[in-house]
Design a binder for this molecule. Structure first.
Ligand code: SN0
Length: 320
């Protein structure tokens, strides 16, 4: 693997999931792989799990880690080509990425959607500019349209739950449900989860209010319904996430609280497990009773971020 920008960079998902499970069972088996190698983690946005789990994974592999919060620790970075730089951004990505590429063997980047210009966000300018000018492998730490390290951790979590419980069928029913929120959030987590579930052997259903359709290339072969109760019937996994509208780009079209997940909703499922990438706003998106119930996988799912990052970094390191 050279870059890890999306599922398209993965040649064998099953093997990558297994590598994550192996890392979890034996975290320090590959300490030699990253010796004298450095990862730079560049954040344009806030992070808790991604920052800590990726750093931990890199250290498990023996790597050195440097972290940079763009605009706070560093100069603001200009991404557009050929512009007169007389605004608030003091440095161009051409120099910044080229220099970072000299210090680092791998660069991880987090750059959320700005949710203003859909074409611009979906072009993934920041990832592509870094890949072009840094000339080292780039790892997506959540970009405008995707969060593949999260999706890999989600796949690991689902496989692990299947191994632990004989009640979950070999081909589980997985439901991605929209949750209410007053703030416009990116589609990245939902897009990515959908992209990865389309590549797995699951019955995949997406449910959301009208106007919240994801981009068709991410929906793939999922069944889409506006009836959350119907979607939840017999589900083995409920994956909650809020996202803003793609069609009415970046807008909050409804905050209908009936879409929040409660225990009454979970009772419609096949003893379904609840998943969320976190951070989650309690009782706005999901009831306390769900997050605190034995059916919630959110903490294990976050714990698995370490192993998804480790599987990906290992895959990149073995090619160096
Ligand atoms: C981000 C998102 O993409 O939705 C990161 C998720 C891993 N989430 C948020 O920005 C939540 C912010 C909030 O105020 O609830």
């Amino acid at each position: 693997m050279t870059n890890f920008l999306s599922l398209a960079d993965v040649s064998n998902i099953d093997a990558l999931i297994q590598s994550g499970l192996d890392a979890k069972a034996n975290p320090f088996a590959d300490q030699h792989l990253g010796k004298n190698k450095t990862i730079g983690m560049i954040f344009f946005n806030s992070s808790l799990r991604t920052r800590m789990s990726t750093q931990k994974a890199a250290q498990n592999l023996g790597m050195n880690v440097m972290t940079m919060n763009v605009g706070q620790d560093s100069w603001g970075l200009e991404m557009e080509e050929g512009v007169l730089m007389n605004g608030d951004k003091a440095e161009h990505v051409r120099e910044a990425a080229a220099v970072m590429g000299r210090y680092c063997n791998i660069i991880g980047i987090r750059a959320f959607a700005e949710l203003k210009d859909r074409d611009k966000d979906y072009r993934e300018q920041v990832m592509h500019q870094f890949a072009k000018y840094a000339r080292v492998p780039i790892v997506n730490l959540e970009s405008a349209t995707r969060h593949p390290l999260q999706s890999l951790a989600d796949c690991i979590t689902i496989e692990e739950a299947k191994l632990k419980s004989s009640l979950i069928p070999a081909r589980p029913k997985v439901v991605l449900t929209w949750l209410p929120h007053f703030k416009p959030l990116p589609q990245a987590v939902a897009n990515s989860f959908s992209e990865w579930m389309n590549a797995r052997d699951v019955e995949f259903v997406i449910t959301h209010p009208e106007g919240y359709e994801l981009a068709p290339e991410f929906v793939g072969n999922a069944r889409v319904t506006h009836n959350q109760d119907e979607a939840f019937e017999g589900a083995d996994f409920i994956y909650g996430k809020n996202w803003s509208s793609y069609a009415h780009y970046g807008q909050v079209l409804t905050q209908d609280s009936s879409w929040a997940v409660t225990m009454a909703d979970l009772r419609l499922t096949n003893n379904g497990k609840f998943m969320h990438c976190l951070p989650v706003r309690r009782n706005l998106k999901v009831a306390d009773e769900v997050l605190d119930s034995p059916q919630s996988l959110v903490i294990e799912q976050a714990a698995n971020r370490e192993w998804s990052a480790q599987a990906v970094l290992k895959e990149i390191l073995i090619t160096m």
